[in-house]
Design a protein around this ligand. Structure first.
Ligand code: ADP
Ligand code: ZN
Ligand code: ZN
Length: 746
């Protein structure tokens, strides 16, 4: 009698797939795979009738309830060695847990397009040619001609990279092919040759900068620093010294900058000063370029990256330092898909990599200030401007009851004129692009609203563009020609109300025909180099720049002596709890553009609310005074950084559908809270469903649920416990829904 021996359970690969499902998917290894540990390697797998590329997250025995016979085999393993391993994979797992997002979607967000789609890690090598042994022997017998000339060059130099060959011998490729066919020459991969300029020394550091650099260089292992330095105080010089030290120790440095801060000027400064190749990573690159940079870091070949948000996902083999410039900037938070915050993730990575992390800003986020005050970061201060520059004078201009022309008061226009006559440059800052925010019928009061974004209770005005000929919705992109007559009353008294950058530009150009007037906003600078070229053309001679926050940072404008800020009043009374912080940061940053070099700068804030407490605090005590007041208010009201929030948003064609889903989610959270309440009083608050700030967008009705808890673990425990049922609910399939942990706005 034979006793049937139980078969050992097969090993399965648990694969993270880019699907909105919070789980891994089991596959058998591809036939014949006897490779090394597959965790972190990409695999191609069958999924329904499709084929997907995923990453092996775990290996192990099948789940108890899985029938091994029903498991499908993976089609192919795409990486012999794991593409993601060690710290990066561990940190991305953390990010998936923190955002409560599927690991497969997090990995897909972290990888450049070609890698996400299963392409091999691209070549980062350069190519060179050399003579084979046969070629060396045959060379002297070759007939005169291109192949002979190439053979002679290769004999002389040993091996030549293709860039050099381009310089040395015209049409060398056909000659190389001829030699290669006779096996007299061969093409070989060599490490990429990078031509970096010799490093140039910077200015001698002042005492404050030196103290900051000393503190940074003394740090070993993970330490957080907040470099809190007024605009123009020389923060970048401090970064450069810390990076140079990191390079001298043979380590890599990663520098994150805001979208608008990564200018050719910034890159040129880093390149000139560091004397090593500096890799830029931003949205203007092709997918192929991103993948090559990723590969150069994965192989440990690259030393320095300066990049925007997604650069935080670069693999770092020999990490030494992470810098986040303008750490308060909103562009570090991704607002769709995986809603991660690059600053916060950089902190997690720095800790895992055990390297110092430096956050710099003239207007630190309240989160970072709070961390510094609580002793979690070293707090470094630069209180004075570097070099000769003096802080600008700031003045509030009361425009109540004044006749406005394109939103500008007569006093302001006169002041601009005086500055231009004196040879200065002027920046007029208005945080609204387009010609005018609203089109209004003077006869009946009709206004143009976006048909796809407005609700019966709340209209979303369409912005007037193209000098009044076109209407455009800045929320959904809908465009239409402006009507000639009022659609309601047929009257012809349609007027553009308020002023956007386009209208201010038009008005100032008419007023000052003898000076150039240049508009800088997302409309005028669609192409990547457009801004650079516009500013080059503008030069340093007298003229006016009219712009949105694109101008708040990045470009040095040494001859800018007057900054006029108009149209800030809307921001003073916003419902969003972060609006005041954003406005204060914007005002300080824009004001910081005035008087960068040896010239004294002036800032004029034109407002209908000269007595507003926020303006008062900022003017009398600067950003530190504002931050103190604001932190106290946030603490009293139980808002971040004194509470931790998550936002669940749902969109559907009917508001009832969105609300039904959110009501279900609410019940799940309440059930979870009731269970936990047995042990201790629950501190989780659930608010909603309530309409989203934009209750209708692009034809969808939107509502939200806000979760809040004084301690992070409570919030995350509630999400962990409630989300599986929320994902699985039938109501979830009828809506588009998203979860945002630490939402940027509510
Ligand atoms: P921030 O990053 O704080 O805005 P930067 O590092 O860009 O400041 O410095 C502002 C300007 O001051 C730059 O033109 C820079 O070259 C100059 N600068 C910085 N540090 C010094 C210094 N120690 N001595 C002289 N000039 C300096
Ligand atoms: Zn009308
Ligand atoms: Zn719209």
């Amino acid at each position: 009698m034979f006793e049937a021996l139980p078969l050992p359970p097969p090993t399965v690969w648990r694969v993270a797939l880019p699907l909105p499902l919070p789980r891994l998917f089991d596959y058998l290894p591809p036939p014949g795979d006897a490779g090394s540990d597959p965790v972190g390697a990409r695999v191609q797998v069958p999924f329904g009738r499709r084929e997907l590329v995923g990453v092996v997250a775990e290996t192990g025995a099948p789940e108890h309830d899985t029938d091994p016979a029903a498991l499908k085999a993976a089609i192919a393993r795409l990486d012999p060695d794991p593409l993601l391993d060690g710290e990066l994979l561990a940190s991305l797992r953390w990010l998936a847990r923190y955002t409560h997002a599927p690991l497969g979607e997090v990995l897909a967000t972290a990888l450049p397009g070609p890698l996400r789609h299963g392409e091999p890690l691209p070549d980062t090598h350069a190519w060179a040619w050399r003579l084979s042994e046969a070629g060396a022997t045959a060379r002297e017998g070759l007939r005169a001609g291109k192949p002979r000339r190439l053979a002679d060059l290769l004999a002389e130099h040993g091996a030549l990279d293709e860039d050099r060959l381009d310089d040395l011998l015209e049409d060398w490729r056909s000659a190389a092919r001829a030699l290669a066919k006779r096996e007299q020459a061969e093409r070989i991969a060599i490490p990429a040759v990078h031509h970096a300029p010799a490093p140039r020394p910077g200015p001698a550091l002042n005492d404050e900068q030196q103290a900051a650099v000393d503190a940074l260089l003394a740090a070993r292992g993970f330490t957080g620093f907040l470099l809190d330095g007024v605009t123009g105080s020389g923060k970048t010089e401090v970064y450069l010294h810390a990076i140079a030290d990191c390079l001298a120790r043979g380590k890599q440095a990663l520098i994150l900058v805001p979208e608008i801060g990564l200018t050719p000027q910034t890159l040129a400064r880093f390149r000139a000063r560091l004397g090593v190749p500096v890799h830029a990573l931003h949205s203007g690159l092709s997918d192929g370029e991103r993948a090559r940079t990723w590969a150069a870091f994965a192989r440990g070949e690259a030393r320095v990256a300066v990049g925007t948000r997604s650069a935080v996902f670069l693999p770092l083999r020999e990490p030494g330092l992470i810098v986040i410039d303008e750490e308060h900037d909103g562009s570090f938070k991704q607002l769709d898909g995986i809603r991660y915050h690059a600053r916060d993730f950089a902190l997690v990575r720095a800790k895992a990599l055990d390297v110092p992390v430096l956050l710099g800003s003239a207007t630190p986020s309240l989160e970072s200030l709070r961390n510094a005050q609580a002793g979690r970061y070293g707090h470094l201060h630069l209180k004075r401007r570097a070099g000769q520059a003096q802080p600008p004078r700031v003045r509030v201009l009361d425009v109540r009851k004044r006749p406005l022309q394109a939103g500008l008061s007569p006093e302001l226009i006169e002041r601009i004129h005086a500055e231009l006559r004196a040879g200065g440059q002027v920046l007029v800052f208005k945080n609204r692009r387009g010609y005018a925010p609203v089109l209004l019928c003077h006869d009946c009061g009709w206004t143009a609203h976006c048909p796809r974004c407005s609700t019966p209770l709340k209209g979303t005005p369409m912005t007037v563009h193209a000098g009044g000929r076109r209407l455009q919705c800045h929320h959904c992109g809908t465009r239409r020609p402006a009507p000639d007559a009022c659609p309601d009353c047929g009257g012809l008294a349609l007027q553009s109300q308020g002023a956007g950058t386009e209208r201010i530009e038009e008005s100032l150009a008419a007023r000052f025909p003898e000076f150039p007037v240049l508009r800088i906003d997302r409309g005028s600078t669609q192409k990547r180099d457009a801004l650079e070229n516009l500013l080059k053309e503008f030069g340093t001679t007298p003229g006016v720049l009219v712009g949105t926050q694109m101008l708040a940072k990045g470009h040095d404008l040494p001859n800018l002596t007057l900054v006029a800020v108009v149209g800030i009043d809307e921001g003073l009374f916003s419902a969003d709890f972060r609006a005041r912080e954003k406005l204060a940061q914007l005002l300080i940053q824009v004001a910081g553009r005035a008087g960068r070099a040896d010239k004294l700068g002036e800032v004029i804030l034109q407002t209908h609310h000269p007595e507003h407490e926020l303006l008062h605090t900022l003017l009398s005590g600067g950003y530190p005074a504002f931050a103190e007041v604001e932190l106290a208010q946030r603490e009293a009201a139980g808002f971040p950084p004194f509470a931790h929030m998550a936002l669940i948003r749902a969109e559907a064609q009917q508001v009832e559908t969105a609300n039904a889903f959110l009501a279900l989610a609410r019940r799940e959270f309440e059930a979870v809270a009731a269970q936990r309440a047995g042990a201790a009083r629950t501190t989780l608050e659930v608010n909603g469903p309530v309409p989203a700030p934009m209750p209708r967008r692009a034809g969808y009705l939107r509502a939200q649920l806000i979760l809040s808890a004084p301690q992070r673990p409570e919030l995350h425990a509630a999400l962990d416990a409630a989300l599986p049922a929320i994902y699985a609910a039938p109501e979830a399939r009828k809506v588009r829904w998203s979860l945002d942990v630490d939402p940027a706005d509510l």
